[in-house]
Structure formats: structure tokens, C-alpha cells
Design a protein around this ligand. Sequence first.
Ligand code: ADP
Ligand code: MG
Length: 254
Amino acid sequence: MLRLEKVNKYYRVGTHSLHALRDVELKVADGEFVAIMGASGSGKSTLLNILGILDDYDSGDYWLGDTLIRNLTERRSANYRNRFIGFVFQSFNLLPFKTALENVALPLYYQGVRRRKRNQIAGQYLERVGLRDWSEHTPSEMSGGQKQRVAIARALVGKPRLILADEPTGALDSETSAQIMDLLSEIHQTGITVLVVTHDAEVAARTSGSSGYATARSSTIVTAGASNPKLPAMAGPRWAQSSRCSCSGSRSWS
Ligand code: ADP
Ligand code: MG
């Protein structure tokens, strides 16, 4: 699915340069459910932004599938993002004055899907996250957990092969966090590769299994993950009812 080789990232801050990622090595296979852990400021979000082609890196190689992701034009990187990647953020990043349905439909708008069709598809995805009855509500009328479900539906609506989640449970209580991790686990079972950044060991444990690491500037980003070799490349919309993942299986990291 993706591979980082000796990736380095610097931020220029005034006359200084901050070495945010140092020789990061990471390999994620199709269908894995991986947690990336590290202390605050260790470069987790920086790493995720590079993986999501939201930001560039300074040296090394980033392969997404067979494509070397480096110095892409804005148009090409947007194209890869839209085709392959769904994002979930700690702060949900929903548009406040749009309804849940409109928020989920937004990626389809950018793909040029007509309003009727995109509302129909967005409705299906809201149903998949258990929020069909909340279609017409705005984010301010919803709980944190519900907002994150809307954000997950929005991440899924473009049929991504990879979900990148940056501290998706960071703003939620522990019970709601567990529910969101259940949802991500169900998504993983449909064959989508899921990468979760977290500093919560309980959240990371939900991805189960563990091996490999990547070295960041000031600490170690530990990755824990599980592969699910039984999975089809992309399954239908039934994951919301599917049973829990056994999350076993061998894996290797470079
Ligand atoms: P984490 O997500 O693990 O908390 P970040 O990736 O956000 O860490 O940040 C890693 C380091 O890079 C931190 O020292 C942070 O202050 C710095 N940093 C992050 N983004 C920027 C930026 N846009 N400009 C300058 N420094 C940044
Ligand atoms: Mg961060």
C-alpha cells in the first residue's frame, strides 16, 4: 500500500530549521490496521500529512502503491487524495453551517457528482455510521462522537483505499472513543487500510499485534498493527453489522 524510505522533513522557523522527521522508515501493506504512536511534538501529524499528500518532505522516498509521491503538482496530489485517501481529524473538521448530509456529500461535490446523486450516496454513508436520522442536523446539534461519525462517513464517501486518522478519539471520552475505534475496526474489515495516529495506548491496542518503528525527531513513533489477509479488496456496505476482527496474522516491517 505504502512505503517510506529514509524520509526527512524540516520546518523553516525564522532563520532556524526544525528537523521534524528523521530518516523515517515505514511500510504498510494493503488491508492493515496500524497505529502510529509517539509523544506530543514527535512528528505524528507531520508524518500523516506527508502520507496524505497534504505536505511535502525534504528527502527520502514515499511510495503510494507504485507511484513515487514527490513534488507533485497541486492538481495531481489532489487527484491522488481524492482517489485513494480519506481523512479523519481530532477536531472533526466539519463545516459548521452545513448539515450532516451536506458535510458527507462535500467530497462528491468536488468530484462533480450531481446534487441528487450525491445526497443519495451521502445518505447511505450516514446510514452506515448509524446516523441516518441525523441527516438534517448541523454539527452544533451533535455530540462529539456523532460528529466523528459524520467525519468518518465523509472520509468514506469517496471510496478510499486508505483512511488516515489523526488522533480521532483525542476529543472524546473513553466510551465514545471505544465506539469510534469499533467503527474504524469495522471499516478495516471491509478491506480498507487504516492508519490511526494516537498517543493513547488503549486506542493503539485496538489495532492489535505490534512490530516495527519509525524514528522521529525527538522520540520514537511506534507502530502497532494487524493485517487481515482474508479480506477482499473492497467490500459492500455491510460492515456496520459485521462481527469483530480477529486481528491476527503475520506482518513484516522494514
Ligand atoms: P505531533 O503530531 O506528534 O504532536 P507534529 O507533527 O505536529 O507533532 O509536530 C512535530 C514538530 O514540528 C513540533 O516540534 C512542531 O512544533 C513542529 N511543527 C509542526 N508543524 C509545523 C509548522 N507548520 N511549522 C513549523 N514547525 C512545525
Ligand atoms: Mg499531532
